[in-house]
Design a protein around this ligand. Structure first.
Ligand SMILES: [Zn+2]
Length: 178
């Protein structure tokens, strides 16, 4: 092995006979090939240099982890359940409910004649509400909340849908008497 490939002794050895930070860093990075003969053997039997090497290796390891974490977020961090959840998208829910009310109105208007039709209209309203809710959920706007509270959200939409349909049905039947 040519000595040209190795670090010069003044870069490797301190005046007191221990290894320099440069040599310890090279050892910690697994580049002992660039160190002159005897450097690794010195670390092996010198407690001061071996503990310094341990600190250097830890620092190098931590620096590598930090660099990797900045390059790509660690999956273990991304999947922590306590990660901040997106705020409840009120606008998306209001939009879904408005859409479902619009969807329910025509069937209520046409089916206000009898009790059976009204129940069918209410059922249709519920299904429209639920389907709209799930469509919004599928679009990802509510995914954070609906994956956590799927049935509560669906039940809320059904209750509101029934309320809309019932109020609308009562209005229509009252108006129909005129
Ligand atoms: Zn030493």
């Amino acid at each position: 092995m040519e000595d040209d490939d190795k670090l010069s002794p003044d870069l490797v050895w301190q005046p007191d006979g221990h290894l320099t930070d440069v040599a310890l860093t090279a050892l910690g990075d697994g580049e002992e090939a660039i160190l002159p003969d005897g450097a690794a053997a010195h670390v092996a039997r010198c407690p001061i240099c071996s503990s310094a090497l341990g600190r250097t290796a830890l620092l190098s390891l931590r620096a590598g982890e930090l660099l990797r974490a900045q390059a790509a977020p660690a999956p273990s961090c991304a999947s922590v359940p306590a990660a901040p959840r997106a705020p409840l998208p009120i606008a998306a829910i209001a939009f879904a409910l408005a859409l479902s009310a619009l969807g329910a109105a025509p069937s209520l208007a046409s089916g206000a004649g009898g009790l059976l039709e009204r129940w069918a209209a209410i059922w249709h309203a519920c299904s429209v509400v639920v389907r709209t809710g799930w469509a919004v959920a599928g679009s990802g706007a509510l995914s954070g909340w609906l994956t956590a509270l799927p049935w509560l959200s669906a039940a809320l939409l059904v209750v509101v849908g029934v309320g809309v349909a019932w109020t609308r049905g009562r209005q229509l039947s009252t108006d129909g008497g005129m």
